[in-house]
Design a protein around this ligand. Structure first.
Ligand SMILES: Cc1cc2nc3c(=O)[nH]c(=O)nc-3n(C[C@H](O)[C@H](O)[C@H](O)COP(=O)(O)OP(=O)(O)OC[C@H]3O[C@@H](n4cnc5c(N)ncnc54)[C@H](O)[C@@H]3O)c2cc1C
Length: 462
C-alpha cells in the first residue's frame, strides 16, 4: 500500500513544526511529507530580526533554526521558492508554482496543513514602495533594510521614521537607535503600545522620550515623499511632516488566508481560519491549520481573536504534527500574554485590557502600583509599574500589564498562570513566589498589585 501523503503549505514555524513532529511519529514508509515554501528560508526566527538589525545578533544565519537541507535529511520533501497558488479541497490537491522555473503542477494530498502565516499591513498610500521604505516580516526584508542602511551617506544626522508603535515598532525603534539614527515613531493611536491601556502606554511614551526617541501620537501617515532619486525624504501625516532617510513599517499583520478563502474554508471575524481544539479546520477532517493564519480562542474573553505570535505558531505545529502522526494533542487557547522591550524598558501584558473587558460585557475594577524589580536597597533597583484588572464582585483576575526596567516583564508569566487557572486576585495574594533582594522586594510587585486589587474589589462591592 502506498504511503499517505501529507502536504504542508508554508515552511516556517507552524508548518515545519507540524512536518517535523509528524515525521518524528511516523517513519518515511508510513507517511510521505511534501512541504511548499515560497520564500528563501525555512524555520527562521522573525522575532530575532530587530536584534539582528540592531546589531545584538551578528549574522542572519544565527536566526535560522533549521535549513532546507536539514529538513530534507529528515525525509521531508521540501520545495523551496515554490508557491501554492490554488487549493482544490474536493479533489484533494494543490497547484504549485515553481518561482525559479515558472512551471506549475498539481500535487495530491491525503492530509493537508495550512501554515501560510500573516502578511504585513501596507496601506496603499503614495510612496509606500519608494526606496528606503522597509517592512521587517522576513529575513529578506531584514537584509534589504540592512543593505539600505549601508547605502546611506555617512556624514550628517541620519533620521529613521518608524511607522507604528506596537511591539515591532518599538523594537525597531531601538534597533535604529543602536544604528546611530535619530528616531521618530509615528503612532496613529492615543499612546504607543495599543496592546496596553492608554495609562500604561503613557509610561512607555515617557520612557521613549527618555531614550531620545520621539513619539508622535495621533499621526496617521498620508504619504511618503521622495527625492529626485526616488528615495524617501519625508513622511507626511495628518499631524505634520517628518524628515526620513529610512522608513521602517510596523503597522501590524493580517492572517494570510487568500488561498484558503478561495477554496471555501471557514474564516472567523478577524479573518483567520477557524479550527477545532486539535487544530483541524472546522468541517474538514483531513485539513489542519496553525500559526498566524488562524484565529484562536481567547480563554478570558471567551471568543476568538487573531494573535500573531511565534510562541503560538510553534505550539500549533506541534499539536498538528502529533495528531497527524497518530498521537494526540490540543491547543486550548490563549490568555493573551506578550512581552517586548525597548532598550532597558520592558513591557508585558496578559489577559484583557479595560476596553476588552467592556467589549465582552464584564464589569471590573483596576489597581495600579509602583514598586521596584529588586529590593529597593539592592544595586540596580529600578521602577516597575503593575496594573491589574479583576472582575467586579467575583474578584477573578482578568488582566495584568507591566512597564518597568530589566527584570520586570517576565513576571507577567505569574499572571498568565493565574489567568489560566481562573484564580481570583485574593488567591493570588497567597502565592508562594520566590524572594531574595536581587530578584524582588520582599513583597513581589505582582503580590502588591493583587493586594491592592482585592481592596478595590471589596471597596466596589460595599
Ligand atoms: C519583526 C518581528 C518580530 C517578532 N517578534 C516576536 C516575538 O518576540 N515573540 C513572538 O512570539 N512572536 C514574534 N513575532 C511573530 C512570529 O514571527 C510569527 O508569529 C511566526 O513567525 C508565525 O509563524 P507561522 O509559521 O504561522 O507564519 P510565518 O512565519 O509567516 O510563515 C509562513 C510561511 O508561509 C509561506 N507561505 C505563505 N503563503 C504561501 C503559499 N501560498 N505557498 C508557499 N508558501 C507560502 C511564507 O513565505 C512564510 O515563510 C515577530 C514577528 C516579526 C515580523
Amino acid at each position: 500500500m502506498a504511503a499517505e501523503r501529507l502536504v504542508v503549505i508554508g515552511g516556517d514555524a507552524a508548518g515545519m513544526s507540524a512536518a517535523s513532529q509528524a515525521r518524528r511519529l511516523k517513519g518515511p514508509g508510513a507517511l510521505e511529507i511534501v512541504a511548499f515554501e515560497r520564500g528563501h528560508f525555512t524555520s527562521y526566527s522573525a522575532c530575532g530580526i530587530p536584534y539582528w538589525v540592531g546589531g545584538d545578533v551578528e549574522a542572519r544565519d544565527d536566526l535560522i533554526a533549521r535549513t532546507p537541507e536539514e529538513h530534507r535529511e529528515r525525509d521531508i520533501d521540501l520545495r523551496m521558492r515554490t508557491e501554492v497558488t490554488e487549493l482544490d479541497v474536493a479533489g484533494q490537491r494543490v497547484k504549485a508554482l515553481d518561482r525559479e522555473s515558472g512551471k506549475t503542477y498539481w500535487t495530491g494530498f491525503d492530509k493537508l496543513v495550512i501554515a501560510t502565516g500573516a502578511r504585513p499591513v501596507r496601506p496603499a498610500l503614495p510612496g509606500m514602495d519608494a526606496a528606503g521604505v522597509h517592512g521587517v516580516q522576513t529575513l529578506d526584508d531584514g537584509q534589504a533594510l540592512l543593505d539600505s542602511l549601508d547605502a546611506l551617506r555617512s556624514e550628517g544626522p541620519r533620521r529613521a521614521v518608524v511607522v507604528g508603535a506596537g511591539y515591532i515598532g518599538v523594537e525597531m525603534a531601538e534597533a535604529m537607535l543602536k544604528r546611530g539614527f535619530e528616531v521618530t515613531v509615528l503612532n496613529r493611536g492615543e499612546q504607543p503600545m495599543a496592546t496596553l491601556d492608554a495609562d500604561m502606554g503613557r509610561l512607555v511614551h515617557e520612557a521613549l522620550d527618555g531614550l531620545g526617541i520621539t513619539t508622535v501620537n495621533g499621526a496617521a501617515v498620508t504619504k511618503i515623499l521622495t527625492g529626485p532619486d526616488g528615495r524617501v525624504t519625508e513622511v507626511a501625516t495628518d499631524a505634520g511632516t517628518y524628515p526620513a532617510d529610512v522608513v521602517v513599517l510596523g503597522i501590524g499583520v493580517e492572517p494570510e488566508t487568500g488561498l484558503a478563502r478561495a477554496a471555501g474554508l471557514p474564516v472567523g471575524p478577524h479573518g483567520g481560519l477557524l479550527t477545532d481544539l486539535a487544530m483541524r479546520v472546522v468541517g474538514h477532517d483531513n485539513i489542519w491549520a496553525g500559526g498566524d493564519c488562524v484565529e484562536v480562542l481567547d480563554l478570558v474573553a471567551g471568543r476568538t481573536r487573531h494573535v500573531a505570535l511565534g510562541t503560538h505558531a510553534n505550539k500549533h505545529g506541534q499539536v498538528i504534527g502529533s495528531n497527524i502522526g497518530g498521537g494526540y494533542g490540543t491547543f486550548p487557547g490563549v490568555v493573551g500574554t506578550a512581552v517586548s522591550k525597548v532598550c532597558d524598558l520592558e513591557i508585558a501584558r496578559t489577559g484583557l485590557r479595560e476596553k476588552d473587558a467592556r467589549a465582552v460585557g464584564l464589569r471590573y475594577v483596576t489597581a495600579t502600583i509602583e514598586s521596584t524589580q529588586r529590593a529597593g536597597y539592592y544595586p540596580g533597583a529600578k521602577p516597575m509599574t503593575v496594573k491589574m484588572i479583576a472582575e467586579l464582585r467575583t474578584g477573578r483576575l482578568l488582566g495584568v500589564q507591566i512597564v518597568g526596567r530589566e527584570g520586570s516583564a517576565k513576571r507577567v508569566d505569574v499572571a498568565a498562570v493565574a489567568l489560566t487557572a481562573g484564580m481570583t486576585v485574593e488567591q493570588m495574594t497567597a502565592l508562594d513566589l520566590g524572594y531574595a533582594p536581587p530578584f524582588s522586594p520582599v513583597w513581589d510587585p505582582v503580590l502588591v498589585a493583587a493586594r491592592k486589587t482585592v481592596a478595590a474589589v471589596r471597596g466596589a462591592g460595599s
